[in-house]
Design a protein around this ligand. Sequence first.
Ligand SMILES: Cc1cc2nc3c(=O)[nH]c(=O)nc-3n(C[C@H](O)[C@H](O)[C@H](O)COP(=O)(O)OP(=O)(O)OC[C@H]3O[C@@H](n4cnc5c(N)ncnc54)[C@H](O)[C@@H]3O)c2cc1C
Length: 485
Amino acid sequence: MATDDKRPQGATDSFDVIVIGGGPAGYPCAIRAAQNKLSVACIDEWKNKDGTPAFGGTCLNAGCIPSKALLESTELYHRLQEEFATHGIKVSGTQLDLAQMQKRKAGVVRAMTQGIVALFKGAGVTGLQGHGRLLPGRRVEFTAHDGTRRTLSARHVVLASGSAPIELKSAPFKDPYIVDSWGALDFDTVPKRLGVIGAGVIGLELGSAWRRLGSEVTVLEALPDFLPFTDEQLSREALRQFKKQGLNIRLGARVSGAEVKDNAVEVRYSDAAGEQRLSVDRLVVAIGRRPYTKDLLAPGTGVQLDERGFIKVDESCRTGVENIWAIGDCVRGPMLAHKGKEEGVMVADLIAGHYGEMNYKVIPSVIYTAPEIAWVGLTEQEVKASGRPYKTGTFPFLASGRARAMEQTSGFAKIVAARDDDEILGVHIIGPLAGELIAEAVLAMEYSASSEDLQRTIHAHPTLAEAVHEAALSVDKRSIDSINR
Ligand SMILES: Cc1cc2nc3c(=O)[nH]c(=O)nc-3n(C[C@H](O)[C@H](O)[C@H](O)COP(=O)(O)OP(=O)(O)OC[C@H]3O[C@@H](n4cnc5c(N)ncnc54)[C@H](O)[C@@H]3O)c2cc1C
């Protein structure tokens, strides 16, 4: 990426807005600010494993995009082996070419990250690759990758420095045996036995991907409940599906140690039955992520971190220091790319004096396993705990003509609505393309729709979206294509 960083040391450049971090929170913020006719620089220090710098942050380089590319390829491989014969397609001589699979994944990532360079160029954003550090007085020290340093100034600075994987003290990373999610996306052989610590979104996606290629996967989860943040009906069905697929999920399993011995990892953990041992060829630690703010703030900026290391902000992402904002994974809220993106857009609009607001109650979540799992709003147990009278409707994909045609009938769509005014409070889907289907629910909730609004909305037939329609009908026991209970 062309940058201006060859200017003499000490030169000062000024911008309306400087964004530190070019991930899915920072780069959309920079683009929207430029669309708002502001002069913008976006500083990003990401370097890939081969040393090449790239915009896009964790999401494009080591998270959302490579994981979805790998999940797509592995699901195709799995379906080819398990499902094609049912469709009357006989295939023989199937072979896995993992090197090609990884090459395709790398190509997808490259296309997306290079896309940001083109987007910056199109919008007029100055992309600067290197480290950014906020100095007092809305100045930013920029150190390019070649070590050249200069001080920039801005009317507004947006901090979007993202997050990093949490390391487990009892199982420290030891490449290539004990790795984080990035390492687990890059295996060059299929581990015969794979251990995953953490049955969260990332652990389940990675475990599923390698299971489909033949790994024996054991997932160790310290919590006693499976996916405790999801609707209970949804988590029960998900656990049933994953077990059926051969994922060995052990709940209440606390890891106390992991050592590399003779080309394998010996894991020690305890569960209700006492001390246990597990031997695997590769171990993935996917226990969550922490905000990343290393060398981001010089002394005296006034920007504060909370006790967990997140940059403190209000609901509009203001840090409390005039014209300094923070967005994305480095601030409170779910660590999701689309949450960061919307915060970035909101901040860029607010800076330009336009309207900008985030609706934190309506942020969708998706787990890209097969079947996919997606939800938005409140779970049934949350509504119950709130004391508000409610009603629910569910529709099984087994009764969907499209799902049957696709040979993907697992799961259901569920809607939780208020009993008093019928407002939709939460939607929970496990099934084919749940991540796409949830968009309708998000839109409905954004407009405070009632279940009747969805009931009276015509859905094309035969589509998977009819499951959401029928779940809405089922809220008032008016489902046509399933028995109302
Ligand atoms: C395996 C995996 C799969 C995931 N899948 C999904 C998914 O499907 N959907 C989803 O919504 N989310 C997913 N996530 C989460 C998602 O990646 C994050 O929520 C998202 O990347 C956060 O965006 P961000 O811009 O806040 O931070 P990041 O993406 O972490 O970007 C921050 C950028 O700032 C740079 N930076 C940091 N400090 C400085 C500095 N001082 N100077 C210059 N640059 C700096 C970093 O190098 C980085 O490039 C996944 C994460 C992982 C690990």
